[in-house]
Design a protein around this ligand. Structure first.
Ligand code: HEC
Ligand code: HEC
Length: 503
């Protein structure tokens, strides 16, 4: 990973504190580059695909530069992403096939207004929007390597598969008349289980004595309806990320990401970063991973197709199966919503939805000229956040999405996997990602989450209720950056947070 060096710019306010930090950063990293000054282009993080936040911010808005003649296709995809899917059969096969077991009826039920989903704040509200991923984790290294090299990337739980479906089409479930276990007894297809979260609070105390309460989720599964989970099954709570700017992230050059990766930490800065290697069912090839919390999907086709199959229960050409396993006969026996090709969602409709996610614009920045934000920007570079939250790229040219190509973008991610330490680890590998690795999430739009849909819940499992909490959970390769952040004075910390809030 390349090093960044602190460089004093004349005219910056609060010089002394910054100066001391500069001396310390230079002394501790021996760096020789300087922090690039702010550019006008930063205020439009999606380049020409930047959206206005007036009258209010939404992350499911079309990129303003999408040509007029392409807009009907975008809106058709948007309708499919918004619409609630229904149980088969219906008079039309264009929107049926829900389930039999599923997590939600439509994409934007979880990615609310294009933003994140919401974690329940008490132990009695069942999880809806965030998901539970699960798989068998063995001590046997050869078996784990075989799993990483399989097209699933994991060893699914033999009975429940690799994702917990908490809803079902059974009328008893729709009317909440019985628990999943009671439904199973009455031969109604039950949801796999209900999931609840208990939060455990702990205090983080800054060197200056001030403190922040951090919370950690404990998963509680109730009414598991298909018998026991495998004793080696591990569970991972996943909050739904925001879905804007996906087409731009797809067009970051592979060579740019390879240049940032440093799997053996050759430069010895404590930060490695590597790409996941994942299966692409469309091209029938192994590709680098970019999307999902562990970068387990290579492109929009795979992440959207897997969401249809696993989250909504809609089979499609890339994921042709229903979410039922061989041990769930009640699920397998339900009527499907197949068309004449034997699919619930034909390829042309799948492509409409991937086209929709590719063309969601990135919101403009706010308060870019504010003195606190500008100082925070300097600190964001100086504390080493940029080593992983890589500020900017120029997208490659594209024949299919020409308006998204050749754009200078500011996503603040390297899309690489980093070991984030034991406190964030889920102990559940996925393809080449280990149980403690996570993909650096883009930070564009991160300061708007509360205004988009009220969900201010960061990190893969939504545990952080503020940007500050999210930073304080950083460990592993990011431990040094967290420490540098914690060692700042209260005013500098405030300014750094103001900068992230302005993204
Ligand atoms: C039940 C909630 C739920 C539904 C329904 C759902 N998603 Fe997701 N989505 C998630 C979660 C959770 C993740 C993160 C998954 C992971 O990495 O484990 C995700 C990840 C994504 C990503 C990757 C974002 C990134 O930064 O890498 C995209 C794009 C996406 N979903 C689009 C869709 C689309 C399109 C649909 C509808 C076909 C959909 N989702 C349906 C919860 C949902
Ligand atoms: C070693 C790489 C690395 C460094 C250095 C790093 N981060 Fe991160 N950051 C990550 C990863 C990986 C995640 C996701 C972790 C997870 O979901 O559990 C993350 C998550 C975040 C999030 C939550 C985003 C969201 O949408 O949930 C914020 C905010 C953030 N980082 C800010 C910062 C700031 C500020 C700094 C510098 C003080 C920093 N990071 C340093 C890798 C890094």
């Amino acid at each position: 990973m390349r090093r960044l060096c602190f460089h004093l710019k004349p005219g910056l306010s609060r010089l002394f504190g910054i100066f001391m930090l500069a001396v310390w950063v230079i002394a501790s990293s021996g760096c020789s580059e300087q922090i690039p000054g702010p550019e006008a282009a930063e205020t439009r993080p999606g380049g020409a695909a930047t959206t206005s936040i007036i009258p209010f911010p939404e992350l499911d808005k079309v990129t303003p530069n999408l040509p007029e003649q392409e807009r009907p296709l975008f809106y058709a995809g948007r309708a499919l992403a918004h619409q609630p899917w229904v149980k088969a059969p219906t008079i039309t096969d264009a929107r049926d096939g829900l389930g039999p077991i599923y997590n939600a009826r439509g994409c934007l039920a979880c990615h609310i207004r294009g933003g994140k989903s919401r974690m329940p704040d008490n132990a009695d509200t069942p999880l809806f929007g965030p998901l539970i991923r699960m798989s068998v984790v063995l001590d046997d290294a050869a078996a784990m390597t075989a799993a990483a090299n399989s097209h699933d990337g994991v060893i699914p739980d033999p009975v429940y598969g690799d994702q917990l479906q908490t809803q079902s089409i059974a009328l008893m479930h729709q009317l909440r008349q019985a628990t999943p276990t009671a439904m199973a007894e009455q031969q109604q297809v039950p949801p796999e289980a209900y999931a609840y979260i208990t939060w455990h609070e702990q205090a983080f105390i800054y060197p200056d004595g001030s403190s922040v309460s951090l919370r950690k989720p404990e998963l509680d599964l109730r009414y598991a309806a298909y018998g026991d989970f495998d004793t080696n099954t591990r569970f991972s709570v996943r909050n739904a990320p925001a879905i804007h700017g996906m087409g731009l992230l797809e067009l970051i050059a592979q060579s740019d990401l390879e240049a940032l990766a440093d799997p053996e930490d050759a430069d010895g800065n404590g930060i490695s970063g590597r790409q996941n290697r994942v299966w692409d069912a469309r091209s029938q090839r192994w590709l680098p991973g970019r999307f999902g919390h562990k970068a387990n999907r290579p492109n929009m086709d795979m992440i959207v197709a897997s969401a249809f199959a696993n989250d909504i229960g809609i089979s499609n050409p890339l994921f042709p199966s229903q979410p039922c396993t061989a041990y769930q006969p009640l699920c397998e026996q339900q009527r499907n919503g197949n068309d004449s090709q034997g699919m619930e969602l034909p390829d042309n409709l799948l492509r409409l939805v991937t086209n929709f996610t590719r063309n969601l614009g990135v919101p403009q920045r706010r308060n870019v000229d504010n003195a606190e934000v500008l100082e925070g920007r300097t600190l964001f570079y100086a504390t080493g956040c940029v080593t992983c939250h890589q500020p900017s790229y120029t997208t490659v040219a594209s024949t299919t999405q020409p308006h998204l190509g050749n754009q200078r973008i500011w996503p603040y991610t390297d899309l690489l996997l980093h070991d984030m330490g034991p406190a964030l680890a889920d102990g559940r590998p996925d393809f080449a990602a280990s149980g403690s690795e996570w993909r650096t999430p883009p930070l564009w739009g991160v300061g708007l989450m509360a205004r988009v849909n009220g969900s201010q819940q960061y990190l893969h499992d939504g545990r952080a209720r503020s940007i500050e909490e999210a930073i304080l959970w950083h460990g592993g390769e990011a431990a040094m950056a967290r420490q540098k952040f914690a060692d700042l004075g209260a005013e500098e910390r405030h300014n750094l947070l103001q900068f992230v809030e302005s993204l």
